[in-house]
Ligand binder design. Structure first.
Ligand code: ACO
Length: 324
């Protein structure tokens, strides 16, 4: 142990889009969305709320909580699949906005699992050099990457960002471990094309544009079982019982996936942090936003063991344990 979270922050766009608002856009009903997903509303970016803007604001809040100046940061990693540019990375824009002149910066793409993968990388840097101060962000503006005529997907997602500052601290606390998996064979269950190739020999003709395409039922099936197995495997590896976990912060995909997971793992519901009703699925941002809210609501105290789990495109999935 030794890698601790020194501060958390989050940022949501101002505009709230309710299920009723979506009734005006696609053939759906507020009741259908609520009952099938548990989502009531989501935040959707407007002018001046690009992925890096949300990421920067979340990072400023995390820096403030940690008492660390942006100029002290050594590394910035942003987990995202929806930056406004392919290059430079979202992380480089965040570095510029923060004036984090010492830090090197790059993005991680592991879809909804990106934040936990990036946090794991951060832990490795801190273990290698206990002086390192690292900013890890999950940020998405998926509204820019949705087909707003596809009712199967456009009702599920929202925009937002969450951030943490990590560093070393002596004592019986910190990052315990993780249990990650990927299966590229299942990529077709959830994907998004890149822009069309300018090399005619590589051009994928059936590329309908750069938006999310999903086999909802199949994803549902895999997500629950995969997260359950990842959690059980991690708890066994670290010899920690679910009873001793104080709070579970899962990726906020939809309430039916979460309820299924809670049932299979037999976790008391009050131990699970859920905010999917307000924000929908914010992909890589969902866990750090939930973590920040849990922290600011006083649901996390020193010494608490926190369990995270995730599932997303790739497919990618896994679980992480930390002791606060
Ligand atoms: N409004 C009204 N009807 C709809 C809508 C909608 N927005 N979307 C689909 N339907 C219709 C379908 O067309 C279908 O109609 P049909 O029977 O006439 O063909 C009917 O509703 C049932 O469709 P299903 O796909 O079977 O609905 P289901 O109960 O499985 O719910 C859902 C769909 C919510 C997408 C579900 O499969 C799910 O939650 N899957 C997980 C997807 C997910 O969370 N992905 C996020 C990315 S991965 C991750 O973050 C974990």
């Amino acid at each position: 142990m030794g890698t601790v979270i020194l501060g958390t922050g989050s940022c949501l766009p101002e505009k709230i889009v309710t299920n009723h608002d979506l009734e005006e856009i696609v053939d759906t009903s507020a009741e259908w969305i609520q009952s099938r997903t548990g989502i009531n509303a989501r935040r959707i970016s407007g002018k001046g709320e690009q992925t890096y803007n949300l990421a920067t604001e979340a990072s400023r809040k995390a820096l403030l909580m940690s008492g660390i100046d942006a100029k002290e940061l050594d590394i910035i990693v942003v987990a995202t699949i929806s930056s406004h540019m392919l290059m430079p990375s979202c992380a480089c824009f965040v570095q510029k906005e923060l004036g984090a002149t010492k830090a090197f910066a790059y993005d991680v793409n592991a879809a909804c699992s990106g934040f936990l993968y990036a946090l794991d990388l951060g832990d490795k840097y801190v273990r290698a050099d206990s002086e390192k101060k690292i900013l890890i962000v999950g940020a998405e503006v998926l509204s820019a990457r949705l087909n707003w005529a596809d009712r199967n997907t456009c009702i599920l997602f929202g925009d937002g960002a969450g951030a943490v500052i990590i560093g070393h601290q002596e004592g019986d606390c910190g990052y315990i471990g993780s249990n990650f998996f990927s299966d590229g064979n299942l990529w077709k269950l959830l994907y998004m094309h890149a822009p069309k190739s300018n090399n005619p020999e590589l051009c994928i003709e059936e590329n309908p544009g750069s938006h999310i395409i999903m086999e909802g039922r199949e994803i549902f099936k895999y997500a629950v079982k995969a997260m359950e197995d990842a959690v059980r495997g991690l708890l066994a590896k670290e010899q920690i019982s679910l009873d001793s976990v104080k709070l579970v912060i899962p990726h906020q995909a939809n309430i039916r996936i979460l309820n299924n997971l809670i049932e299979r793992l037999e976790i008391p519901k009050e131990k699970v942090f859920i905010n999917v009703a307000e924000y929908g699925n914010t992909s890589a941002a969902s866990i750090p936003i939930a973590l920040d809210e849990a922290k600011r609501e006083g649901r996390i105290s020193a010494g608490d063991t926190i369990l995270f789990c995730t599932f997303g495109g790739g497919l990618t999935w896994g679980a992480t344990l930390i002791k606060w």
